[in-house]
Design a protein around this ligand. Structure first.
Ligand code: FE2
Length: 360
């Protein structure tokens, strides 16, 4: 197991009441190229822009933005930002992370346009997290079908973070109020990934085991599967099929339909649709066997190696890249095929249900 100390629980404090993942701030090296990708190709809506930053939102969003593209020297993630229920929850977040011994910074005017009083922290896993309540409202374009393209992105759905020690991160996020929806384990008790939620979908963020802290992807939701197929067709027509990394396909975990693409700096974006409702307090946790060929792709299609190995750097509160710490637990890419040389489609069907692990 990874040799890292557990994150303490501030038992005397109340954690902030987190509503949902709200936006990500990413640093891009060429603002014009990134604008072409996110606005011209993917159709995100520009709320505001200047020579240094572009503020983008999805079509159903009513807060100022879901994505900030900021021009900078090193492609990285500056903030994973969550909205909290009340202004007092920003105070609770600040106190929570101070109790954890984390560096925090409070800005009553907000760190970015459109957002008010916020706290940014370097969390115990090394990620730049932000919490805010106050925000500028903008027009919700849900009914503006004149603006919809056939690949319309309607909501920010989730983040995905790479961290070496998934159980350590899971416990810290559960203390913070997240609930686990699904995970991937093996018979030896190693956890390879976990999906955690605040809103009533499968997740607001996921922890993927690997060298970290790094950002694995940011996911936007579309309404239906055909929207994702259109995006694939459009990328083909633009002779940009090389930005498609994985998919389209159906996930086992989350049951969602998916596509993974890479922006001009290599930041991974998932297009995602049709996961399930998780709002009941006794929503059952789904655990997948790491050797199950259908966990990552319900149709058993291979996961490309880059999907396991590539991810974006994240920044500290001074804007410097966080050092990446190697995972010491087994890697999912390495163990997908078990020691016997097989993974499975039907676990107990030893005649035909096993197959060579072409998921590598
Ligand atoms: Fe995802």
């Amino acid at each position: 197991m990874t040799n890292s100390t557990p994150v303490p629980t501030p038992t005397e404090l109340t954690p902030p009441d987190i509503l949902r993942c709200a936006y990500m701030e990413i640093v891009v090296t060429d603002l014009a190229r990134s604008r072409e990708f996110y606005v011209d190709i993917l159709g995100l809506v520009v709320t505001e822009e200047d020579e240094n930053a572009i503020y983008l939102r999805s079509l159903e969003e009513f807060i100022h933005h879901n994505l900030v593209l900021r021009k900078g020297p090193i492609a990285a993630v500056a903030a994973f930002s969550y909205r909290v229920r009340t202004p007092e929850d920003v105070d609770r977040a600040e106190a929570w992370y101070q109790a954890l011994g984390c560096r925090t910074e409070r800005n009553r005017d907000g760190f970015v346009n459109g957002i008010g009083d916020s706290v940014r922290v370097t969390d115990p896993l090394g990620f730049p997290y932000e919490f805010f309540y106050s925000v500028e409202h903008v027009e919700r374009l849900a009914w503006r079908y004149d603006l919809y393209g056939p690949g319309a992105l309607v909501r920010l759905d989730h983040f995905n973070q790479v961290t070496p020690d998934v159980p350590r991160g899971r416990k810290y996020l559960e203390d913070l109020g997240f609930r686990v929806t699904e995970d991937i384990q093996d018979e030896d008790g190693v956890t390879y990934a976990a999906w955690l939620r605040r809103k009533d979908t499968v997740h607001d963020t996921a922890l993927t085991g690997g060298d970290g802290p790094r950002m694995h992807h940011i996911a936007f939701a579309t309404h239906e599967k055909h929207n994702i197929l259109y995006i694939c067709d459009k990328l083909g027509a633009l002779r940009k099929s090389d930005v498609i990394e994985r998919g389209p396909g159906r996930h086992g975990v989350s049951n969602a339909f998916y596509l993974y693409i890479a922006d001009p700096d290599g930041h991974r974006v998932e297009i995602y649709t049709q996961d399930y409702y998780t709002g009941d307090p006794d929503n059952p946790v789904v655990t997948w066997d790491v050797h199950d060929n259908q966990r990552r792709d319900w149709w058993g299609n291979p996961v490309v190696p880059s999907w396991y190995t590539e991810a974006s750097l994240v920044l500290d509160l001074d804007g410097e890249p966080q050092p990446v710490i190697a995972r010491t637990d087994a890697s999912e890419m390495a163990v997908t095929v078990g020691a016997d040389g097989f993974s499975y489609t039907r676990k107990d069907d030893t005649v035909e249900g096993f197959k060579l692990g072409n998921t590598l």
